[in-house]
Design a binder for this molecule. Structure first.
Ligand code: SF4
Ligand code: SF4
Length: 444
């Protein structure tokens, strides 16, 4: 029998660099003296503050209210006093309204959080209400509000839930260690989502470089008698991207400009499933997360359970501080992460990793003219022509870039990685997407 390879077209093989932290269990970081909690840590409208300076708060108390359906609240991650509600540095490189709380060191929890797990059968509406109140936004980094993803329009039936444990981004191991530490909670979160959506099938997709997590989750699935499958994938970037995962598992292709629900699928990160378990069983808001702090520029690479709002400076100090020669700090991994310019930037719901590079790894090669080798085209998992798109953007031909599918780019960075001429392809494409979207808005 010929087994079909579970994979997708295109992709690249960057050095995995997981060995810095893959064997390191999650360590709990003590809460910092001050947390800075942005009121926008999700895709959608920023939430609106519901506390004022001088208020005292407990862990899990809501600091803000959603400003519409596609919006989620932020919650206190320490107990203490609200010291400021002001614009503060955000990982996206902009300043965003944030609530600063001075920690009173008492670690008092909100009365809302249940001490015992609630195992009662909840309706779909009750489940979604708890997820929404807990402020959950996709924890793989996309930060799309989870309650919105779980509320498809009536004409879109979700048949298949895919739990994403691929963690294909080099260096990052937060999801890997989460699967090893919380398999029961992750599977319970998966089961909650499957039942809420009345899905027919459920899969957990994990890359083969995490054999211990694959084995453990398979054992747990068998033990619990769940009808879900744990699938292992060949290691290829970006295996963990939604559309690539759907293609690899179901063979279905999400149409251009479409969403996973268009092919009956929903993809959730394993961290999101754990957060769903916490929210539904304990009414626990999302106020902490696992972050991989790693790379050649940090003294002690670790997987850290950190409070949301922890300033990078504190997180890095918990990991032994920066090495001499640390040259670049990236929020996320090397392929899709964003360079950081302030150590006051806080950990947010989508912070899966902080990568610290040394001088050697941070050097940016000088861009050379395209040699038309076509490697970027072969590597693009979305079937785009990155070389052409970049050239169109360079010449301000945004209409044509749109025609050639620039909005389908998932900004995975595979094209830039593979390009022998070191063209800044993603940089051009991101700029082009902004221009295309801007033109569409002003035309509306
Ligand atoms: S064009 Fe976009 S989707 Fe294609 S490889 Fe480049 S970054 Fe990835
Ligand atoms: S990989 Fe680089 S050099 Fe080759 S075609 Fe693409 S842009 Fe040109």
């Amino acid at each position: 029998m010929i087994l079909k390879k579970r994979t997708f077209k295109g992709g690249v093989h960057p050095p995995e660099e997981k060995n810095w932290t893959q064997d390191k269990p999650i360590e709990i970081m003590p809460a910092p003296a001050t947390v800075i909690i942005p009121l926008q840590q999700h895709i959608g409208r920023p939430s609106t503050p519901k506390v004022k300076v001088g208020d005292t708060v407990k862990i899990g108390d809501p600091l803000s209210e959603p400003a519409g359906f596609v919006s989620v609240p932020s919650h206190a991650s320490v107990s203490g006093t609200v010291k400021a509600i002001d614009k503060a540095p955000h990982p996206l490189g902009v300043e965003i309204l944030a609530v600063t709380i001075e920690n009173d060191g008492k670690d008092e929890f909100s009365d809302v959080i249940l001490k015992e797990a609630d195992r009662s059968e909840l309706s779909r509406e009750e489940i979604i209400a708890r997820i929404s109140a807990a402020g959950i936004a996709g924890m793989g980094g996309a930060t799309f509000p989870t309650h919105v993803k779980l509320s498809p329009p009536p004409n879109k039936k979700i048949e298949t839930l895919i739990l994403n444990g691929a963690e294909c981004e080099p260096y990052l191991t937060a999801d890997h260690r989460l699967m090893l530490a919380y398999p029961d909670e992750i599977l319970d979160g998966m089961d909650i989502i499957i039942k809420a959506l009345n899905c027919k099938t459920g899969y957990i997709g994990i890359e083969k470089n995490k054999p211990d997590a694959i084995k453990l989750l398979r054992e747990k699935v068998r033990e619990k008698g769940f009808p879900y499958q744990v699938l292992s994938f060949q290691v290829k970037y970006p295996q963990g991207a939604e559309k690539q995962l759907i293609k690899a598992i179901t063979g279905r292709e999400v149409p251009r400009g479409g969403l996973p629900m268009d092919v009956g699928c929903l993809v959730q990160n394993v961290g999101t499933a754990k957060a769903v378990h916490d929210a539904v069983r304990y009414k626990k808001p999302l106020y902490e997360r696992v972050v991989t702090v790693t790379g050649p520029g940090i003294n002690v690479s670790r997987n850290v359970l950190a409070r949301i709002g922890t300033p990078l400076r504190e997180l890095l100090n918990f990991c032994g501080g920066l090495k001499d020669g640390a040259a670049k700090i990236i929020n996320g991994g090397p392929m899709m992460g964003i360079s950081q310019f302030s150590l006051e930037v806080p950990v947010i719901k989508g912070t899966s990793g902080i990568l610290v590079l040394g001088e050697k790894e941070s050097q940016i090669a000088e861009e050379q003219p395209c040699i038309r080798c076509g490697r970027c085209v072969v590597a693009c998992p979305m079937g785009l022509m990155p070389n052409l798109l970049a050239t169109l953007v360079e010449y301000n031909k945004f209409d044509q870039a749109k025609k050639y599918g620039i909005l389908d780019c998932i900004e995975c960075g595979s094209c830039t990685f593979i390009c022998p001429a070191k063209r800044y392809l993603v940089h051009y494409i991101k700029h082009g997407k902004l221009e295309v979207n801007r033109a569409a808005k002003s035309a509306a």
